[in-house]
Ligand binder design. Structure first.
Ligand code: G3I
Length: 366
């Protein structure tokens, strides 16, 4: 069966069915997932791929669970778009990584421009976390509790939570999260941890602060927004992941893409991209506590990159017509070749998966 999969990968034309999640499970990961958006259904080939558990065993909502979507005005909660995504995951028997609670961006102006004391901001944060996590209780395998709290130099971002509460807001957020859904895996999540050791060490400081305050934290999510030609080596990436494993945590790549800096791309760039995707996925396979990999969308037509970095793009595993790219074939071949080489993630030295995957969301079976 594994040989057939590998043969179909290598022979190209037979490759009509993507099986990233199925291959990732055989290689010992819990999931291979993708960010999803309520607008995905406007592109039917893309939507069909996204709903097939052989391809993706986990969803992260790209925007639907952020503060501006869930609590646009104080104390008024709105879950329509996020519910649609969570229900899609449940009916597809996929896991949810839920995203995100305490983040400086996509905050409604009543939070970002409000005038807060330590007490009032603590109360606002607690109300938000307990309502949002309470609403999705039992349906999120993991939550990104605190997102992007670090500058690239490893210092704390001076965001509204830091300004009002100081660095004790990290542990408070994790305590509130654990109270709202005691079974969800609670993550600190950030970008450029792969690139900048000083930033990676900043995340270590945050984890230690939370742990020292007696609050639960289960994982660090490395967003993995990479640029071709700049992706660190597989060994270097493994070294960074192990910084957090050494603190007793799980790790995951939570928003993987590998962008081409100057479009149009050429054959060299496309091959570099394939190799760098393989280094990213390979480094997760190398670390038994690396739970899984989520791509931040899987088709170039749906990527956030061109809007944010004009002139750059083509960062995904599939092209704008949802056709697989060389990076997809290389990642699939890597996963197929890793089949059976590490224990399945749920038997790795980790916390209780049995209680972490709640009945409302069946364990992916592909
Ligand atoms: O909702 C408004 C809409 O009313 C308006 O008409 C439209 C006009 O531009 O903008 C819409 O908001 C956009 C929003 O996505 C929803 O589509 C924002 O402009 C746009 O900036 C926003 O981008 C999102 C970005 O986070 C914001 O920081 C991306 O879709 C989303 O993929 C991206 O995701 C983040 C992760 O959450 C955290 N890590 C980095 C990652 C990429 O930036």
């Amino acid at each position: 069966m594994k040989i057939e999969i590998l043969a179909s990968i290598l022979t190209g034309p037979l490759l009509v069915v993507a099986q990233l999640h199925a291959l990732a499970k055989d290689a010992g990961l819990l999931y291979f997932g993708t960010a999803v958006s309520p607008s995905d259904s406007s592109d039917q080939p893309y939507y069909r791929l996204s709903n097939d558990i052989k391809n993706f065993g986990q969803y992260t909502p790209d925007n639907a669970q952020k503060w501006d979507a869930t609590e646009p005005s104080r104390g008024r909660f709105s879950y329509g778009q996020a519910d649609a995504i969570v229900n899609r995951a449940i009916s597809n028997k996929m896991l949810m990584r839920c995203h995100t609670l305490v983040w400086y961006s996509q905050l409604p102006s009543w939070v970002s421009s409000g005038s807060w004391t330590k007490d009032t901001m603590t109360s606002v944060m607690q109300t938000h976390i307990s309502n949002v996590m309470g609403h999705f209780k039992g349906k999120c395998y993991a939550w990104d509790v605190v997102n992007e709290a670090l500058e690239d130099d490893g210092t704390y971002r001076n965001n509204p939570f830091m300004k009002a509460i100081g660095d004790s807001h990290f542990a408070l957020a994790f305590k509130f999260a654990a109270a709202a859904d005691p079974e969800a895996k609670l993550y600190y999540n950030d970008y450029n941890l792969e690139y900048f050791p000083v930033k990676a060490d900043g995340a270590v400081r945050i984890v230690k602060l939370v742990q020292a305050a007696g609050a639960p934290i289960h994982g660090v999510g490395l967003q993995a927004h990479m640029t071709i030609g700049r992706t660190p080596s597989r060994e270097n990436l493994t070294w960074t992941l192990n910084k957090y494993v050494a603190l007793g945590l799980d790790v995951a790549y939570t928003e993987l893409d590998v962008r081409i800096k100057n479009l149009p791309s050429n054959a060299t760039g496309i091959q570099m991209q394939a190799k760098e995707y393989v280094d990213m996925v390979g480094s997760c396979l190398d670390v038994p506590r690396c739970v899984g990999i989520t791509v931040w969308g899987f088709g170039d037509a749906h990527s956030w990159i061109p809007q944010t970095f004009p002139g750059a793009g083509e960062a995904c595993l599939f092209d704008k017509n949802s056709k697989p790219k060389p990076a997809f074939s290389s990642v699939s071949a890597l996963l197929a070749s890793a089949s059976g080489k590490r224990p399945p993630w749920n038997t790795a030295a980790s916390t209780t998966l049995a209680t972490a995957v709640k009945p409302a969301v069946a364990t992916p079976t592909a």
